[in-house]
Design a protein around this ligand. Structure first.
Ligand SMILES: Cc1ncc(COP(=O)(O)O)c(C=O)c1O
Length: 420
C-alpha cells in the first residue's frame, strides 16, 4: 500500500524543492545568543556567525537569572508533571506565573498554555459559537487562523490594518449575517450575538504595529470584544514593555491578550491568555489544548516568573534593544537600503525595486552568511509577490560592534549585488 502513497509524497517533496520553498534546518551547536556556532549544510564544518534572525529580543534566552531560576525549580520541583493542569499538573509555580502575568498586564485573570499557538488554538471555539462573529485581520498569524477554523462562529476577514474594511465587517455582523448552514435553511440573516475582533499586536513580516486604538474605538461603537496576540511585543514594546496595547495607551481596554514566553520572555516555550475573568474561567473549563495537553514544565514556569521580575526591576534591556534597533535602522537607511519604516526590532530589508527580488533575497542571505552574518530571506508565497526581503531581527544582547559588523557586511554584499 505504502508504495503508491510514497510516490505521492515524494512528488510533493519534489514540487516543494522545485519551487525553492524546501526548508532546511541549520544546526546550532551552542546556546541561543548573538554569537552562535552553526553547522550548515549538514555534515559541513561548524562556524561562528552573528545571529540576526532569532526572536531573542531581550537576550533572555541565555540570561543568568532565568537559568538560575530554572535550575532551582528543577532541583525543588523536578523535571515534569506527567499531567494536564486539572488532573494533577498544577504547582504553586503555575499559579504564581499566572498571577504575575495578570499583575504585569493589570488584567483580571490568566491561563497558561504550552505555547501561544495553543493559546490561540484553544481560544475561539471555547468562547464563541454559531451565532457569533469573529472579525480577523488578513495578515494574522497562522495560529489565529487555525484557531478560528476550529470555531463555528461566522468569520469576516478585514484588509490588513484597514479600519474602513474592519468597520464594514462590523456593520455586516451587526446588521445581519447568514448563520444557517445546510440545504433548505434559507432563513433571514440575523445580527451576531457576540462579535470578537482578533489581531496580531505586531505583524511579524513587516514589524508593523496594529492600530489598537482604532480597533478599540470601532469595537466600542459596534459593541464588540477585542483580542490582541502580542507575541512580538510582550516585554519590550511600549514605555514599560507591556506591548502594542501600551503603545496605544490602551491597557485595560483590550478584553483578551494572548502571548508567548517563547520569544522575548526567555525564548523556551509557553504561552498564555490574559484578560476578563469570566472568559478565562470558561477557557479553564473548555479550552482543549489546556484540558488535553501537558502542563508547562516547572523549570519553564519558574524562568517565566524570573523574566517578568527582571523586566519590572530594570528597563535596561528594553532601552538597549531600542538603541540597537535605532542604530541598525539609521545606518541601513544611510547606506541606501530600502527598509520598512518603523520602530520595531524586526527590520525588513526590501528588494521590491528589483524584478528578480526573490533570487536577490536568497543570494544576499547566502552571501551574508559567508560573511558571518546569519539572516534569512523570505519570498512569495511567504510574503506577497514582489515583496521579497531579508528580515533582520535585533536583540538587546547584540553589542554595538555586532551591529556595526552586520551593517558593514550588508554594505559589502549590497554593493556586490548592486542592491545599493
Ligand atoms: C503572532 C504570533 N502568535 C503566536 C505565535 C506562536 O508562538 P509559540 O511559539 O508560543 O507557539 C507566534 C510565533 O511565531 C507569533 O508570531
Amino acid at each position: 500500500m505504502y508504495q503508491r502513497t510514497k510516490y505521492d509524497f515524494k512528488q510533493e517533496l519534489i514540487k516543494i524543492k522545485d519551487s525553492g520553498l524546501f526548508k532546511e534546518e541549520r544546526t546550532i551547536l551552542s546556546s541561543q545568543k548573538p554569537e552562535i556556532h552553526v553547522q550548515f549544510p549538514a555534515g559541513s564544518e561548524a562556524r561562528e556567525v552573528l545571529n540576526f534572525c532569532s526572536n531573542n529580543y531581550l537576550g533572555l534566552a541565555n540570561h543568568p537569572d532565568l537559568i538560575r531560576a530554572a535550575h532551582e525549580a528543577l532541583d525543588r520541583y523536578g523535571f515534569g508533571l506527567a499531567s494536564v493542569r486539572f488532573i494533577c499538573g498544577t504547582q504553586d509555580l503555575h499559579k504564581r506565573l499566572e498571577e504575575r502575568i495578570s499583575q504585569f498586564y493589570r488584567t483580571e485573570d490568566t491561563i497558561l498554555y504550552s505555547s501561544c499557538f495553543d493559546a490561540n488554538g484553544g481560544l475561539f471555539e471555547s468562547l464563541l459559537g454559531t451565532e457569533d462573529a469573529i472579525i480577523t485581520d488578513a495578515l494574522n498569524h497562522a495560529s489565529i487562523i487555525d484557531g478560528i477554523r476550529l470555531c463555528k462562529a461566522k468569520r469576516f476577514i478585514y484588509e490588513h490594518s484597514d479600519m474602513k474594511s474592519l468597520e464594514s465587517a462590523l456593520r455586516k455582523a451587526r446588521e445581519g449575517m447568514d448563520i444557517w448552514d445546510g440545504p433548505g435553511l434559507d432563513k433571514e440573516p440575523v445580527p451576531a450575538r457576540n462579535i470578537l475582533i482578533a489581531t496580531d499586536g505586531v505583524f511579524s513580516m513587516d514589524g508593523d504595529i496594529a492600530n489598537v486604538r482604532g480597533i478599540i474605538d470601532l469595537a466600542n461603537t459596534y459593541d464588540a470584544l477585542v483580542m490582541v496576540d502580542d507575541s512580538h511585543a510582550t516585554g519590550f514594546l511600549g514605555s514599560s514593555g507591556r506591548g502594542s496595547i501600551e503603545v496605544h495607551d490602551a491597557l485595560g481596554q483590550v478584553d483578551l491578550i494572548t502571548s508567548t514566553l517563547g520569544k522575548a520572555m526567555g525564548g523556551a516555550t509557553g504561552g498564555f491568555t490574559t484578560g476578563r475573568r469570566e472568559m478565562i474561567e470558561i477557557l479553564r473549563q473548555k479550552s482543549r489544548p489546556y484540558l488535553f495537553s501537558n502542563t508547562l514544565a516547572p523549570s519553564i514556569a519558574a524562568a517565566g516568573i524570573a523574566a517578568f521580575d527582571l523586566l519590572e526591576k530594570s528597563d535596561d534591556l528594553r532601552r538597549r534593544l531600542m538603541a540597537n534597533t535605532g542604530l541598525f535602522r539609521s545606518e541601513m537607511t544611510r547606506l541606501g537600503f530600502d527598509i520598512i519604516d518603523g520602530v520595531h526590532p524586526i527590520v525588513p530589508v526590501m528588494f521590491r525595486k528589483f524584478e528578480n527580488d526573490a533570487q536577490l533575497s536568497q543570494q544576499m542571505a547566502r552571501d551574508l552568511y559567508a560573511e558571518g552574518i546569519y539572516v534569512v530571506g523570505f519570498f512569495f508565497p511567504v510574503v506577497p509577490r514582489g515583496q521579497s526581503r531579508i528580515r533582520v531581527q535585533i536583540s538587546a544582547a547584540h553589542t554595538t560592534e555586532h551591529i556595526e559588523k552586520a551593517v558593514a557586511a550588508f554594505a559589502k554584499v549590497g554593493r556586490q549585488l548592486k542592491v545599493i
